[in-house]
Design a protein around this ligand. Structure first.
Ligand SMILES: Cc1cc2nc3c(=O)[nH]c(=O)nc-3n(C[C@H](O)[C@H](O)[C@H](O)COP(=O)(O)OP(=O)(O)OC[C@H]3O[C@@H](n4cnc5c(N)ncnc54)[C@H](O)[C@@H]3O)c2cc1C
Length: 352
């Protein structure tokens, strides 16, 4: 779904504020709402206007080029909606999806404690049953837009090591949201830790309980196409800046073109995967290459901008900071390990 360029300009104009200010980026989110994308992954029966995954990815890509903070918040909201569609009961879908489609409510995910966070110690969030109630206890370390959300899709580990997914109503007794975490970029994402102190959740809110592999592989799991798409959107912002600079600085032309060529190749792969069945392995291989490209392209934009690019008023420093996010966000162990090999021995990856 093409996003009107005037809205992209509006979004870009607020991108610095959304990145630097630890407050909900209301102006930016309003622009996102006006693009119509909040309806795009919700079925028509619930007030949505569904688009194909390729159309959605195209929209994410252009929104990211304007403001990564906004598209990242959107990606977390949309990830929660995919869980509701895949695993939620008809009742839950009928209750939560219409106000989400109208942009009146916000949901997000707090699932990384099952996949990429806190995997080396005791479970961060545990779950047990007590008669008819399900009781959650512990910490959800990363929840984007937590203070803005009415509901969060959470995952916890039971005593026997099983995983339970549920919708957590944020007004449940025992739920508390920490202060926004101080981040090196995208402060407006309002990412926070959520604590659950013996929180009783009614059976109604339980989602299916997929195994670890299912959670990783299910639509939009860690390292999924959406994460690569955002990386490519940020790459596009840096590359188009370089191309514009190259118009009056011909020494930049070859570099800008080589980076754009790589971007287009990876973009082609992404949309091919979106049109077919992306298996987790190919999606993760793409993600690893996107990670290195977004680092290179944004650092090239900073290099070309010289000292001026180091000023907070210049977008090049913001893109370079934001690119580092892809090293740590929704980054499966295989991608992290391949990236480490690339850093320590690029020749071994054939990327030197
Ligand atoms: C800005 C931001 C927003 C995010 N938003 C969301 C969100 O909305 N929803 C969501 O589900 N997730 C979200 N995430 C989580 C993200 O996807 C990853 O899960 C997270 O970045 C993993 O980092 P961690 O520090 O929690 O990892 P951990 O593995 O818990 O590492 C923490 C620390 O533990 C130590 N450590 C790591 N491994 C070991 C080991 N094997 N042995 C001993 N010590 C070890 C290291 O010192 C490390 O610094 C977000 C992350 C960020 C940065």
């Amino acid at each position: 779904m093409p996003v009107v360029s005037q809205l992209l300009d509006e979004l870009a104009a607020s991108a610095r504020q959304a990145d630097e200010t630890p407050a909900w980026p209301e102006a930016s989110w309003n622009v996102v709402r006006r693009t119509g994308i909040l309806r795009a992954n919700i079925p028509a029966e619930h007030g949505g206007e569904p688009h194909s995954s390729s159309e959605l990815l195209e929209a994410y890509e252009s929104l990211t080029g304007a403001c990564l903070t906004s598209s990242f918040i959107l990606s977390q909201r949309d990830a929660s909606i995919r869980r509701l569609l895949d695993l939620g009961s008809a009742d839950i879908r009928a209750q939560l999806l219409p106000p989400l489609a109208r942009g009146e409510t916000f949901t997000t995910v707090g699932l990384s404690q099952l996949t990429t966070s806190r995997q080396h110690g005791k479970p961060s969030l545990t779950v047990r049953t007590d008669g008819d109630a399900t009781i959650f206890d512990g910490v959800i370390p990363w929840v984007t837009g937590a203070s803005r959300a009415e509901h969060v899709i959470i995952g916890a580990v039971s005593e026997d090591g099983g995983q339970v997914l549920a919708v957590l109503p944020m007004d449940s007794p025992g739920v508390s949201v920490g202060p926004p975490l101080e981040l090196m970029a995208m402060q407006g994402s309002m990412t926070a830790e959520v604590r659950c102190r013996e929180v009783r959740v009614a059976r109604h809110w339980l989602l299916a309980a997929p195994g670890q592999a299912a959670l990783q592989a299910s639509r939009g799991g860690t390292g999924g196409l959406e994460t690569s798409c955002l990386g490519l959107g940020l790459t596009a912002a840096a590359v188009s800046f370089l191309r514009a600079e190259a118009v009056r600085r011909s020494d930049l032309t070859d570099d800008a073109e080589r980076l754009d060529q790589q971007r287009q190749e990876l973009r082609g792969e992404l949309f091919q995967m979106a049109a077919g069945q992306a298996n987790p392995k190919s999606a993760q291989s793409l993600r690893m290459r996107v990670n290195t490209l977004v680092l290179h392209a944004t650092q090239a934009a900073l290099t070309a901008s010289k000292g001026s690019g180091f000023l907070l008023s210049h977008p090049a420093q913001r893109w370079a900071r934001q690119a580092l996010f892809f090293l740590v966000w929704s980054c499966p162990a295989t991608v992290a390990s391949a990236t480490m090999t690339y850093f320590s021995n690029p020749a071994a990856c054939g990327l030197a």
